[in-house]
Design a protein around this ligand. Structure first.
Ligand code: DX5
Ligand code: ZN
Length: 229
């Protein structure tokens, strides 16, 4: 996985058909997805439960590109090896999930994955200042995590602060929550380059009729890239 700051669209399968994850991943990659975003929730760190490492392992063979696993669980450390074995390329843990984010990020890298740190809307950019040298991605939540389809919370000041803190380091800024063609240019202009989108990608389509996925991805990408032209 080489690093660059081009816009990457990462559809979240939280908004896809849970009985058809394999086919949904194949369809959305064929329609232009750059990464596949996989939301793991434990009903403890967030008020919703999705699935764990065994489901990630089952999905993995259906993803050609990057499998971007977002852990909304606490604790994280006991499960890092399981997600490495499941084939995660990027493993992101919340800074709010425990007292030892530095240890967690080191353990994720030691297990052979790219290490991500996610920030809830209430957590400031400065909270990650001391771990930027051991992180590959910072995920700025633009909703309170737990559910898809929520309203975008404007975190542009935090994104700008993070972009300045990151400087030349090869660290992605990922945005998660309420990303659509209206909000994508706002966050891209502020410095984000990985855009997670659930509802806005999977709406109007299905495995049998996947062309809306392509149109939705194109619309988000064009809106985000448009801020540079
Ligand atoms: C929210 C998840 C998101 C979610 C985004 O807790 O982390 O990845 O799927 O969904 P949308 O794009 O519908 O806001
Ligand atoms: Zn997510």
């Amino acid at each position: 996985m080489s690093f660059d700051r081009s816009i990457k669209i990462a559809p979240s399968i939280l908004a896809s058909d849970f009985a058809n994850f394999g086919a949904e991943c194949t369809a959305v990659e064929a329609e232009g997805a750059d990464w596949i975003h996989v939301d793991v929730m434990d009903g403890h760190f967030v008020p919703n439960i999705t699935f764990g490492p065994s489901t990630c392992a089952a999905i993995r063979p259906h993803i050609k590109g990057v499998m971007d696993v977002h852990l909304m669980i606490a604790p994280v450390d006991p499960y890092i090896d399981a997600f490495a074995e499941a084939g995660a390329d990027v493993l992101t843990a919340h800074i709010e999930a425990g007292p030892h984010i530095h240890r967690t990020l080191q353990a994720i890298r030691a297990a052979g994955m790219k290490a991500g740190v996610a920030l809830n809307p209430g957590t400031p950019a400065e909270a990650v200042a001391e771990v930027l040298d051991i992180a590959d991605l910072v995920c700025v939540m633009t909703v309170n995590p737990g559910f898809g389809g929520q309203r975008f919370i404007d975190m542009r000041d935090k994104i700008r602060a993070l972009r300045a803190l990151i400087g030349d380091r090869p660290v992605h800024i990922e945005i998660d929550g309420g990303v659509d063609p209206m909000t994508a240019p706002l966050v891209a202009e502020a410095g984000a380059n990985v855009l997670v989108a659930g509802s806005a990608v999977f709406k109007d389509g299905s495995v049998q009729n996947s062309s809306p996925y392509g149109a939705n991805i194109k619309a988000i990408r064009a809106a985000a890239e448009g801020v540079w032209t």
